[in-house]
Design a protein around this ligand. Sequence first.
Ligand SMILES: [Fe+2]
Length: 271
Amino acid sequence: MIDLSDHRRRFLAFTEDFRDVPDAAPLRLKVEHTFKVVGQAETIVASLKDDPDEQAWSGDADACRAALLASLYHDCGRFPQFRFYRTFLDAKSVNHALLSLRTMRDGDFLRDESVRVRHLAQCAVLLHNRYELSPLLSPVARFVTDVVRDSDKLDIFRIMVGYLENALPERDAVLLHVQDDPGRWTPKVMRCVLEGRVARYADLRFVNDFRLLLGTWMRELRFAATRRTLAESGLMEEVLAGLPDDPELRQAREKLHVMLEECRHGRGGKR
Ligand SMILES: [Fe+2]
């Protein structure tokens, strides 16, 4: 078992500096998000020895430790981002992954770690929000980054599903200001589902586009453990149940349901 207790305390002490930020509810959600992401990363790391595709990584203690550390610090840049810009929209402020990396370095959060662990964790933090990863990335850096990306996506599912259903004050910030028009969706986002591509945030205009985007993420999950956790959570059923019952959307809806069944059996990922 990898002990992160010092780092958990370090992260919480860091977040204390942002306690006085006005209207800080979205930041409190980021703390909750962070610990959920760490929890899922621990689940992935624990599952490696039983996963025929990933078994080799269970013996790389540095990579596993870096994956958990990167999960803990991946969004630390959200705190200064929200304080200075009052938004989580990177397009209207800064790339929060880069800001997380700078924040980690400025605070020297990884000072007690080996050079290898530090580099792997920093790389994963920097790359955690990329639309796609470079094929030139080393296998170990990709592994560490994918643990963070899988875990992050799984918790974003949880957050989005909660906000899709409830009109809470933080909803705007979480759904990135899309229009709440239950009968509409963007054809370009629907085509991503049909063509097996991941939709882009920049193309989202309606809440239903978010549902479709979340559906396209199923293909992006690397680890069987993440796909099973998602299927067992029932979250994806909730996301898909909210899509309008329109014949033009039928094919995309059916495709997403097939993908969900694959997830339930640990299949259907990007490998
Ligand atoms: Fe992030």
